[in-house]
Design a protein around this ligand. Structure first.
Ligand code: GDP
Ligand code: MN
Length: 378
């Protein structure tokens, strides 16, 4: 679960990380009032679940409350990477001497939390990784011991030489690691971590993702969920009990089982296509779930072909077939649908589908190849 910068900053503040104050506005009026309250220059920042807001024009410096109001009226409602800005953070502007990057994430390869730090902050860390990988230092943390003091110090000395800065950064590394573990983060990132002309080290941006599986034991963090800020399709899928992740391709995928769904996406790519989504309809064979899945997939204008891949075990193929026929009756489905069903009650299912005029297959290779071909033709 992604959370907003202002929420991530609350978590950071709770862990002791120096973070400038800030307040959230949903209207230009509110933004002006907040700015007037701080006095002086402020930064108006779009609150959306994506990075690169600066480049997109979603982070603006204002020298007066009136200017903050103008920026807010321009930023509120703007769209950054398909997400509409509904809130802005208004925060006192900081003078910046240098910008560094500090992040912790769960690293799949080493199966542990991993620190990444770079004195070249402010910009995309992916860009630094591609063009100047020596400027990034990585450190795997053994979760049994946590971040040890000498490790925190080592990371800090990679960023700064001045002992006063190293001391502050060492403390911040430990605080960030605590924020990361206390809140079950999969990612906690400060970009940039700045040094002010007065020699203070501060976090002026914060990006945090929370492991959804831990939300049940973190009710306060779960409160951070902002349904309005998430893609509408993901919200609808969650309500329908489907595991869904929106992607950028054009082959809509409807699969039962997370493993099979991943394998299906891999095969779509193998045959030269791009999946439009990850979707696991789960083990149930409730036709309503199939209807909801098709509603979500067909609402995506990028989808050019729809691919069903069902391995019937507890899930009965004939139930899924009935769901597909029912969905086609209830909603107007434009893209072609190709279906592969195998397992429990497969023969009944194939009959139901053929009678309704669908192309049904039993081979996974065949159906994926067909779906990729149809999407390419469209
Ligand atoms: P992002 O683009 O979504 O990562 O948003 P950031 O919060 O990181 O802001 C982008 C850039 O705007 C930063 O790297 C800074 O260079 C600049 N910026 C943000 N806040 C301030 C501020 O308080 N003062 C100044 N001078 N620049 C800022
Ligand atoms: Mn940033």
């Amino acid at each position: 679960m992604d959370i907003h910068e202002y929420q991530a900053k609350e978590l950071f503040r709770d862990s002791g990380i120096p973070v400038p104050p800030g307040d959230v506005a949903t209207t230009p009026d509110q933004a002006e009032k907040i700015a007037a309250g701080y006095g002086g220059s402020v930064v108006v920042k779009a609150q959306v679940h994506t990075g690169g807001r600066g480049k997109a024009g979603g982070v603006k410096l204002a020298d007066s409350a009136a200017e903050a109001r103008e920026h807010a009226s321009r930023i509120l409602g703007m769209s950054i990477k398909d997400l509409t800005v509904q809130k802005v953070l208004v925060t006192p502007a900081e003078d910046i001497e240098s910008e560094a990057y500090v992040g912790v994430l769960i690293d799949r390869a080493t199966q542990a939390p991993m620190f990444m730090v770079s004195p070249e902050g402010g910009v995309d860390i992916e860009e630094v990784a591609a063009t100047n990988p020596e400027a990034i230092r990585k450190l795997r943390v053994d979760p049994r011991y946590g971040l040890l003091p000498h490790q925190a110090y080592g990371l800090a000395t990679f960023l700064y030489e001045d002992p006063k800065l190293v001391k502050q950064a060492t403390r911040i590394m430990g605080q960030l690691y605590r924020a990361f573990t206390d809140n079950a983060c999969s990612l906690a990132e400060i970009n940039p971590l700045i040094v002010t002309p007065g020699g203070e080290v501060k976090a002026i941006d914060a990006k945090v993702s929370i492991d959804e599986s831990a939300l049940f034991r973190l009710p306060e963090v779960a409160e951070f969920r902002d349904l309005d800020a998430e893609p509408a399709s993901e919200t609808k899928a969650r309500e329908a009990g489907l595991s869904f992740v929106k992607l950028d391709g054009d082959v809509g995928c409807c699969v039962n089982g997370a493993g099979l769904a991943m394998a299906t996406m891999d095969l779509v790519k193998y045959y030269g296509g791009q999946p439009a989504n990850f979707l696991d309809i789960g083990g149930s064979s409730n036709p309503d779930k199939v209807v909801a899945a098709l509603e979500i997939i067909t609402a995506d204008p990028n989808v050019k072909a729809i691919l069903f891949n069902i391995f019937g075990g507890i899930t009965r193929c004939d139930d899924v077939a009935n769901g597909i026929v029912e969905a086609a009756r209830r909603i107007d489905i434009k893209p072609p649908i190709v279906i592969r069903l195998t397992g429990t009650n497969e023969e009944e299912a194939l009959q139901i589908l053929e009678e309704a005029g669908f192309s049904a297959f039993t081979s996974m290779d065949e159906v994926v190849e067909k779906a990729v071909e149809l999407a390419a033709q469209a």
